[in-house]
Design a protein around this ligand. Structure first.
Ligand code: SAM
Length: 316
């Protein structure tokens, strides 16, 4: 299997990031479209009710062993799913399992005050809203106008009444409301490397090492803001859908050095095997050893590549 279509520099970097045992599945992941997954929107309907409705329409579902509200559908039934009334009326949300797991890792609870700092189109905001049973408050921030309106539409369609959407630059939020939130999700804008698809040149045509560095600059600023907005004792999840250490471990490394013992990197149990610990060295530069507790989700038959790290703020 080869990745001839993708930029050489990208493939060479990937060979240094992905362990040999996971190489073939990673390559396969970049060469095909994954089957659709969805999550039942428990703010609008019960899981059994929605399953009955979809099964009546002839849609076959496979359950997910770590998430009772989430299901995988055969790729041949993608259209049936996207044309279903459950989808149109906001009783289901189509979303990859890696994305669901990332939002789940924040462990948001009913009644808390949560910040989603880069929120559109709102897939992870909605996972948080369901976990919080619509009690408490989620501030969902998005800086791109067209994407903000899509976020708002999704929040309304899915009945997530605890969400307030803000059209603003997330880099300003930390200074404006320091120490405010119990939990913060920063699903950062990134080069989207894990979503590259060999058959779709549009997915990778803008990639370059320069672009990765540009994204890193923004990610560093957003993480700085996210940490300022977090309460002492609060939890933060940093995530991207990029494989690049520059956009993941190196962004976190900077803050871990700055905050020292004021930040804890939390252990994360992964109920699937397609993952590897965060890197503690890249380009001959040593990174904070605590980063081995971060998780890189490797592409599988149902999961997209992802990176996530859970931090707890212990300092004032
Ligand atoms: N969490 C979302 C979900 O699961 O549906 C996906 C978020 S996407 C990876 C990152 C988002 O951050 C994009 O919608 C992008 O427009 C937005 N963004 C980029 N720069 C931003 C900034 N400075 N402040 C806030 N949002 C920003």
């Amino acid at each position: 299997m080869s990745l001839n279509q993708l930029p050489d520099a990208f493939v060479h970097r990937l060979e240094r990031i992905i362990p040999p045992a996971h190489w073939e599945t990673t390559v396969a992941g970049l060469q095909r479209q994954l089957p659709p997954c969805f999550r039942v929107n428990t703010l609008r309907a019960a899981v059994d009710q929605v399953l009955g409705e979809l099964q009546q329409q002839g849609i076959d579902l496979a359950s997910v062993n770590w998430r009772a509200d989430s299901f995988v559908v055969a790729d041949t039934q993608r259209q049936a799913l996207t044309h279903s009334r459950a989808f149109a009326e906001g009783r289901i949300y189509i979303q990859n399992l890696s994305s669901i797991f990332t939002a789940q890792a924040l462990a948001a609870l009913p009644g808390e005050e949560v910040l989603d700092l880069a929120a559109a189109p709102g897939g992870k905001t909605l996972v948080l809203a369901c976990a919080m049973e619509n009690r408490g408050r989620i501030a969902a921030v998005e800086s791109v106008k067209s994407r903000f309106f899509r976020l708002k539409h999704n929040i309304d369609l899915h009945g997530a009444t605890l969400v307030e959407c803000y059209l603003k630059d997330g880099r300003q939020v930390g200074r404006q409301v320091p120490g405010r939130f119990d939990r913060v999700l920063l699903d950062a804008p990134c080069s989207s490397e894990a979503r590259f698809y060999t058959a779709d040149p549009d997915s990778y045509k803008y990639w370059s090492e320069k672009k990765v560095k540009e994204m890193q600059r923004k990610q560093k600023q957003l993480l700085h803001s996210a940490l300022l907005a977090l309460k002492p004792g609060g939890t933060l999840v940093y995530s991207t859908c990029s494989f690049a250490p520059e956009e993941n471990e190196m962004v976190l490394d900077r803050q871990l050095r700055k905050w020292g013992d004021g930040l804890t990197v939390c252990d994360l149990d992964t109920p699937f095997a397609n993952c590897q610990p965060g890197l503690t060295e890249w380009n001959r530069k040593s990174l904070d050893p605590r980063l081995s507790r971060a998780v890189r989700i490797l592409p599988s038959a149902t999961m997209e590549g992802f990176f996530l790290c859970v931090l707890r703020k212990t300092a004032e």
